[in-house]
Design a protein around this ligand. Structure first.
Ligand SMILES: [Zn+2]
Length: 224
């Protein structure tokens, strides 16, 4: 619930589309918002527990068609606690340019000087376990990946980390779009500086600080 509210506060709303999933502590599957609700509208009655074979165990209605994103990402990497999928606008616009994501800012240094992975299998819905598996393989151990023609996926060992990875990727895309629209990019961090900045700017403590800020900005959300 807090993940949805923090994503909404971070500008990831797309009406009723996009979701975060948190691994069930008892290993039964994932907790995810029920279809038909916006991120900022989620409350305890609008959550579902979905098993790893996409069966709704608690909550009402069918599962999200794209629940396979979360099921396969969290199945592939047992150390992860949370995954995020949104249709963040700057991420979609930036992915359409098909140019490398540069470390222009602190946000851009999240990938340590590497380009962001991109899921190229389809721009349509990730509506099958097979597509979810391919997406999970694309993400691998990166903090987030772009889904050209669609959105982004992010993941983390904690809920704050997964949410912040999504927020930082969107902001990095926004900054590079602004720079490219203004002119030729003349400076960015090289690999060494980007790696150092990733370690310095984005330790768990900073991700949690950003997460707490987002929760304070989320109407109706209770800061943890
Ligand atoms: Zn989607």
């Amino acid at each position: 619930m807090q993940a949805s509210h923090a994503l909404a506060a971070g500008g990831h709303q797309d009406m009723v589309w996009g979701h975060a999933a948190v691994r069930d502590p008892q290993g039964r599957g994932i907790w995810i918002k029920a279809p038909g609700w916006g991120l900022e509208e989620v409350d305890r009655t609008r959550l579902q527990l979905v098993s790893f074979d996409a069966t709704v165990l608690a909550g009402t209605g069918p599962p999200h068609k794209e629940c396979h994103i979360h099921l396969e990402v969290l199945l592939a990497r047992p150390e992860l606690v949370c995954s995020v999928h949104t249709h963040a606008r700057s991420a979609v616009a930036f992915a359409a340019l098909d140019v490398p994501l540069l470390a222009l800012s602190h946000e851009g240094a999240l990938f340590g000087g590497d380009d962001v992975p991109r899921f190229r299998e389809t721009g349509a819905l990730v509506s099958t376990p097979e597509l979810g598996e391919t997406l999970a393989a694309t993400l691998a151990d990166a903090p987030a990946a772009l889904m050209p023609k669609h959105g982004l996926v992010a993941a983390g060992r904690s809920v704050p980390a997964a949410v912040m990875h999504a927020v930082l990727l969107e902001r990095a895309c926004q900054i590079q779009l602004a720079a490219m629209a203004a002119g030729h990019i003349r400076t960015c961090s090289d690999m060494n500086e980007a790696r150092a900045k990733r370690a310095e700017c984005w330790p768990e403590s900073q991700l949690e600080a950003g997460w707490r800020y987002l929760l304070r900005r989320a109407p109706g959300a209770m800061p943890s």
